[in-house]
Structures are given as C-alpha cells and as structure tokens.
Design a protein around this ligand. Sequence first.
Ligand code: ATP
Ligand code: MG
Length: 565
Amino acid sequence: MEEMDKGTGVAVQKNFIEEIIEGDLASGKVGSVITRFPPEPNGYLHIGHAKSICLNFGMARKYGGKTNLRFDDTNPVKEDTEYVDSIKEDIHWLGFDWAGEYYASDYFGQLYDWAVKLIEMGLAYVDDQTQEEIRAGRGTVQQPGVESPYRNRSVEENKDLFRRMRDGEFADGTKVLRAKIDMAHPNMLMRDPLMYRIIHADHHRTGNKWCIYPMYDFAHGQCDSIEHITHSICTLEFDVHRVLYDWFIEKLGIYPSHQYEFARLNLTYTVMSKRKLLELVKNGYVSGWDDPRMPTICGIRRRGYTPESIRNFADKVGVAKRDNLIDLSLLEWCLREDLNKRSNRYMVVTDPVKLTIINWNEGECSAATEVATGRTEYCLAPRNPEDPEAGERAIIFGRELYIERADFMEDPPKKFFRLRPGGEVRLKYSYIVKCEEVVKDTDGNVTEIRCTYDPDTKPGSGTWRSVKGTIHWVNAATCEKIRLRLYDKLFTEADMGSIPEGKDYKDYLNPDSLREVDALAEPALAEDNSGIAVQFERNGYYIKDKDSTEEMPVYNRATGLRSSF
Ligand code: ATP
Ligand code: MG
C-alpha cells in the first residue's frame, strides 16, 4: 500500500503497523483504534521511549483513535512517583496528550479475581518451591521441564493458600502462583509461568494494601483488555510472550486485545537500558538524569533538542521488524534541520584575538569612550536569514573587536580565504577590513591584528564589492562573557549493544564528553527570548542552561553546524 506524502508529493510506503490497523478497520474487526503507552515508572524516559510514544500516539492520531497512558507499576521495589511525574512531563513536551491516565495497580483487585477464576478452572496453582527449584524444573530449550510436586494441589487448597498469600501470612519468596499450562511446551515461557509473587513492600500508590504483585505477563494483556486496547504495540523481545498474552485472555474470555512487535530503537554511541542510565546517575558519571549527554528526554531537551526534531527523527527511523542500529548522526541531522529554520543567529567568539581598526575615529576613540560618548555605529543583521519574521538585531561596530584566532594565519596555505597579513576579509554584516600589521608578544604569539576598514563597504550602503572570506566578530566594548559546555558523545564505541565479553559498558565512557570554554558573545544574545536553541554563527547550535548565573551565562552545545561523524 502506498500513499502520497503531503509535503513532497512523493509516494511513501506504509509501515506494517499501519497496514494491520487499516486492515482491521476495513474488515470491521475493530471500530476505532485504541493504543497505549505503558512505561514502568522506574526511571526517566529515553529516546527509545520517544520512538514508542511517537508510534503509539501517532497511530491513534492518524486513524482518529485514542491513546492511554498506563503506568506499568507492578513492581513496588523500583517504582516511584518522581518517575511518574517526569514521564508525564516528557510526553507532554513531546507534543502528545493521553485520553486516560491509568495504572496497572488500579486493576490489582480485578487481576486478583481473575487469578482466583483461573484457580477455579484448574489452570493455576500455588507452588512452594524456591526460585532456584522452579528455575531448574523449567528445563532447557532442548529438554522438557519437570512438574512441580505442588502442581496437583486441589482447587480448594490453592484458593485457600492464594488468599493467605494475599493476607500476608507468608514471607517473600516462600510461595508463588503459577499458571498450569505445559511443562514440555516448546516455548519456555509457557512452562507454568509465574503469575504472582510475594513482596512485602510499600507501593507508591497502593501503599501496603497488597503484598502479592502480578508478574508482567499476568498483568499486561489483561490491563490492555480492560481498556479495550485494540493494538498493543511493544518491542520485539516480547514476541515470545505473545502466546501467553493470548492464553490468559482466551482462558478468561475477556476483550481480545492483540499484541504487535516492532524493533526497538538502538542508537550508536548510546546505552538505553534504564538500569545502566540509573547507574550512570547514581555513580556520578553524569550530573543527573537530565545531564545533556544522557539519551533521556529531559537530557536531550536540556541539550537543546526540540520536540519537532525528535518526532521527525522517530518518523525517519520508521517501524522495523528486525533489530537495527541507528546512527546518532541522524538524530543530530534532524535537530539541525529544525533549528536551521527556526533559530536566531548570534556571533560568539570562542578563542579571541584582538583586532583593532586603526582608521576608525582616528586617534581619539578607545572602545570605552565610544560607548560612553555614544559614538558607536550600528549594523543591522537578520535574526534568522531563513525567517524574515524573526526581525533584526543591532550590532555595534567599533575600534576594538575580537575575532577567532583560527580566522587569522600569518603564513596560510593557498586555499585560506580568511585574514592574512596584507589580506582582506569581510567582517560579517559589516565592513571589509585589511590586515596592516601584526603585533606579537615575546613568545611570538599574535596579540593584536591591526587593520584598516574600507568605509565604502558597509552592506546596504556604499558600493558593493566582494572578498572571498567572511568572518564573525564581536565588539570588545560591548561583548559579554559566557561559558560554553561543549558536549561530545558519552561513549567511544559505536555499537554499545555488542561490547566484548568481560568488558563493561562503563569501560567505554568517553573522557572528553564534556569540555568547558569561555567565549565572548554579542550583547543581543542576552536578550534572546525565542525559547529554543540559538545558532552561534559558523559554530553550532546552543541553548542557555539552567546553571546560568547573572555573572556567567552558561550555554550547552546542542550540535555543531555539520555532522561530527
Ligand atoms: P528499559 O529496557 O530501558 O528499562 P523498558 O522496556 O523496560 O526499557 P518500559 O518503561 O517498560 O521500559 O517501556 C515502555 C514502553 O517503551 C514499552 O512499550 C517498551 O517496549 C518501549 N520501549 C522501551 N525502550 C524502547 C526502545 N529502545 N525503542 C522502542 N521502544 C522502547
Ligand atoms: Mg519494561
């Protein structure tokens, strides 16, 4: 099936989930689409979750259905309301809103009743074996398992024991409830899977009301069913769970939700497991869940990513049926594409060398007196050349300027079009200047470049003439000091999913993932209120960080202007 892309008119291939949904709608198998996003509130959401959010909410949006947010909070030990709050904030920030907000824990009563029903049907039993015994009894892929000695307890005994499990009579780990299916089933998950375990722990919502908690497999499908989820989309590793998902729904005779699997998102130079991300935070390898190097949604938001760029990325990645590794540069590309259209431009010099205009207000003007006497000259520059609506900013020219040290070479190679002794260059938005003299310290370092300017070359007035190079600059008298945080990838290895045996992912932490440098910015930067990252011309995209103080604004580099890969 093909359809036209509205923007480009190019035919786009539908993904397999869209094909399934359209088939189900056409055949009348489902009336309208209901999806859900089911995070476990045991950590912050990451870019992989963003992919799943865009898919679940995107499908419902496209087909006029709805999406529930359901917290999969069946394990009290790791879950917390801090995570619940952050998850909601992140989904909203990505641009989605849920129809209903539910918690698996809301359904504990119903799930308990369903467990009793399966006991009564002879399809569940209480097992007293230890965890190790149960594991050993399960057999291997080649070898069938062995039945538990407790497997054939009577319905009455099972009901009584399960009730007493619920009432708190037994210690953690002493008993479990298992489904009675088939200990020789080729799918290991069907060999009498666990339904309930005993955990005497406070739950972030139900407190100490329960001391038995359902396993994922006994909770997820039934929760889907209660909410009449039509398409329960999850990642590939759950495909072996689908038989069990269907088994519980069929035996209980409840609404037949269906599970569909797609490939999880893996990114180069990135780890995405919540356990590892938590470890990075706990051990101080990063400053927190929202460290701009983290793949968490709050991290990349702080880094300067926009919701638009992430949604576009999720789209570009598509929906695959086989696991794959997506290049981190695609994510950066999506950000650049968005910010190029929308971000305001400013000039910032990171490694300054002084440039003096020796024929500017000859003799009398120091930079300071210029400002004090108002003897300054403004140039107007577009805030964003891609967006005329963004307006203009005023840039003050003057006698003393700073340019990037790297934009001057005393003895440059042939193709160097920036400043050289005797050479000319245009100062962006302003005059053409010519290097007349170079001042050095006793070590031979350039300390000042003395230039003349050509008054006839101001853009918009005089006669236009062009030179090969244009460089950015700031005015020494009015520029403001800022601090830049230059981020690089957090890990040195592209494929973090297949690091060799005996190695740990932490062995691949990039020691240079953060470098801080001071820089000088044109004053208009401080007044920027666009709310998104800005472009430092000829350098990259940056966003003001919450660590900024009155004295020292801090800017995070979101990405350079070109791929760093
Ligand atoms: P992690 O392995 O990082 O702990 P998880 O799968 O345990 O992740 P959940 O909170 O259970 O985290 O995930 C919520 C939803 O997000 C699930 O439907 C899950 O399949 C999906 N999801 C998680 N990670 C990815 C990923 N990398 N790519 C796509 N979807 C993902
Ligand atoms: Mg999970």
